[in-house]
Design a protein around this ligand. Structure first.
Ligand SMILES: NC(=O)c1ccc[n+]([C@@H]2O[C@H](COP(=O)([O-])OP(=O)(O)OC[C@H]3O[C@@H](n4cnc5c(N)ncnc54)[C@H](OP(=O)(O)O)[C@@H]3O)[C@@H](O)[C@H]2O)c1
Length: 430
């Protein structure tokens, strides 16, 4: 039986899971691939660290060249993280004809297109299924199972930390800060939670999904991003009373060849499948022209779930090597990038504002919306704790983002509007 040799960059959470799966499922893997997969070298920072897996000490090195310049190694698994240095390491590996499997969405969102092209030029594979939604095979589904369809919309809960925080805030009526602290103590949030709570992590994943779904070269700068720091307990209470759940949703959609990609707090009807995804779980809803609605659900992170995706990619590359068909994965973006303008982005919106509790207030506000041709699906007016102040909560019908921006600007000019407290997308009703 042929042998395929692997260099593993990183032996942390994911790397340890990869070694465990390769060891514990060795017979099944060998049977399915038709080759034996051997770890030859493992790149780490600290040679003396205790490891939670049985490995030969001789495998460990702190010198990347022992992997990327090693003539015996066929495939590099990159599970160490980082962007610029890691990119250089992988470029060098590809030029040395190594195939790549990576779980690194930060790297792939920034340098993915260049790496894929370089891999193709060198007849190498580069697979990255684990980089979006950990154990959920969503990249594999877009590139294989749904390959024959035209994808029209993807909606994803692709960040477990924010979903955990919003679940606690909703179910236990807690505020953002204490829940974040608890999530950090439990290991669901990083010490520096910025990339998660401000939506950047989810944005990187949506870039990868949008590129695959729409075959355009969409970059991080093309994604509108807002995180969950602004969501208050009052927002959640109002959303709940109107029949919605607030989630951080990544949306990528296409209409008339024009694309929109965003990550933002979004109100979903309580019964929407994504509204039912709780805690640190991830889910991706895909709407295809032919298939209709599909939904993928599972653990978005964690050692063994993520390693499952990594090892499945590894097995695909090993099979491709055996069949002599590596280097076929990269497809040049088929279409020129075309992004929707604000007047082409149609959505419902939730608006919450603090206004004077006086006769005529409502009339002035509705005049602003009438001028912009905006109408409403739901409106609530509630007394506030503050004297002579009321709160108005509205859900618009579908309007363009431009109509929303114009209305907000004109509302700010009204003497009866003290503050527009919050404004979020509403989706999932069509
Ligand atoms: N954790 C998850 O659930 C998850 C899910 C999906 C994707 N990912 C992605 O998978 C990658 C790895 O994540 P992780 O959670 O496994 O990270 P981690 O636990 O921090 O492990 C990183 C590993 O890489 C090694 N390493 C880091 N920088 C290095 C360098 N410059 N030179 C040599 N070794 C280096 C570390 O060595 P030492 O052990 O010696 O310190 C460690 O073994 C990241 O790109 C992450 O975004 C992770």
């Amino acid at each position: 039986m042929s042998q395929v040799n692997v260099g593993l960059c990183g032996l942390g959470t994911v790397g340890t899971g990869v070694v465990k799966i390769l060891q514990n499922h060795a017979d099944e893997i060998k049977y399915k691939v038709g080759s034996e997969l051997n770890i030859k070298k493992i790149l780490v920072h600290d040679l003396n660290k205790a490891r939670d897996v049985a490995i030969s000490r001789e495998w460990l090195t702190t010198d990347p060249d022992e992997l990327v310049n090693n003539a015996d190694i066929d495939i590099i698994i990159e599970v160490m993280g980082g962007i610029e240095d890691t990119n250089l390491l992988l470029e060098k590996a590809i030029r040395n004809k190594k195939h790549i499997v990576t779980a690194n969405k930060d790297l792939m969102a920034v340098h993915g297109q260049k790496l894929l092209k370089l891999a193709k030029e060198n007849q190498c594979d580069i697979l990255y299924d684990a980089s979006v939604a950990g154990g959920i095979p969503i990249i594999r589904s877009l590139t294989e199972g749904l390959a024959s369809d035209k994808i029209q919309k993807i909606m994803g809960i692709v960040n477990g930390t924010t979903n955990y925080i919003l679940t606690k805030m909703t179910d236990e009526e807690l505020a953002f800060e204490p829940v974040l602290k608890e999530a950090q103590e439990l290991g669901f949030a990083e010490a520096d939670p910025t990339s998660d709570v401000d939506g950047l992590d989810a944005a990187r994943k949506m870039v990868l999904l949008a590129n695959l779904a729409f075959k355009m070269e969409i970059g991080l700068d093309d994604v509108e991003v807002s995180g969950i720091r602004t969501i208050s307990q009052e927002d959640i209470t109002f959303a709940t009373s109107l029949g919605y759940t607030i989630k951080l949703i990544g949306i990528a959609s296409i209409h008339n060849g024009k694309v929109e990609v965003s990550v933002e707090p979004t109100l979903l009807p309580k019964e929407h499948p994504l509204a039912l995804v709780k805690n640190e779980f991830n889910a991706v809803y895909v709407y295809g022209e032919a298939v209709g609605e599909t939904m993928f659900y599972g653990p978005g992170a964690g050692s063994l779930p993520t390693a499952t995706a990594v090892v499945s990619d590894l097995m695909d590359v090993a099979k491709n090597i055996r069949l002599g068909i590596t280097g076929n994965e990269y497809i040049t973006p088929q279409y020129e990038k075309q992004l929707k303008e604000d007047n082409e982005k149609y959505m419902q919106y939730f608006l919450r504002m603090e206004v004077d509790d006086a006769a005529g207030t409502f009339q002035k506000i509705t005049n602003v919306f009438t001028d912009e041709n905006v109408s409403f699906a739901k409106i609530l007016q509630l007394p506030s704790d503050k004297e002579k102040i009321a709160e108005i909560v509205m859900i618009t019908h579908k309007i363009s983002k431009q109509q929303l921006l114009n209305s907000r600007e004109n509302l700010k000019g009204l003497d009866v509007v003290n503050e527009i407290i919050s404004c979020y997308r509403v989706d999932g009703e069509d």
